[in-house]
Design a protein around this ligand. Structure first.
Ligand SMILES: [Cu+2]
Length: 136
């Protein structure tokens, strides 16, 4: 009986190692229906506590006005849903971006507006961490 217990623990240990998270910041999302008033990222990896920020964008792929946000914990966040602060029509493009708490005055309070230094975007090798979707 003792031997079986040890074997199970060893297996559990291996499983844990296999699921060790890749902490490379990233966001994945697919085109979706946002008529319900929210947009969802399938997964977001954040290097620290921060925010998933929803920008409007277009074919030029520049981040535009902020139309939503959701809190992120450090590490992997799955199925992150952000409430939209205004209607987003079918065919509109949204850019989901990983932001931090850096520069803000309070943790857990969303302080960013487009171009602000508070709770600004994180960068990896100088690049913003984003996923762009089109509303169905
Ligand atoms: Cu942003």
């Amino acid at each position: 009986m003792k031997r079986i217990t040890i074997a199970l623990l060893a297996t559990a240990g291996l499983t844990g190692a296999a699921f060790a998270q890749d902490m490379t910041p990233g966001v994945t999302a697919t085109d979706q229906d946002v008529s319900g008033g929210s947009v969802m990222a399938t997964s977001v990896t954040a290097p620290e506590q921060g925010w998933l920020v929803i920008h409007r964008t277009d074919a030029e792929m520049k981040p535009g006005p902020v139309v939503g946000h959701a809190p992120l914990t450090e590490g992997m966040n799955e199925n992150v849903s952000a409430e939209l602060t205004e209607d987003v029509a079918s065919g509109d493009m949204l850019m989901l971006m990983v932001h931090s708490e850096a520069g803000g005055k309070e943790m857990g309070v969303f302080e960013y507006t487009l171009g602000a230094k508070e709770d600004g975007p994180i960068r990896v090798d100088g690049k913003l961490v984003t996923a762009t979707i089109t509303a169905n």
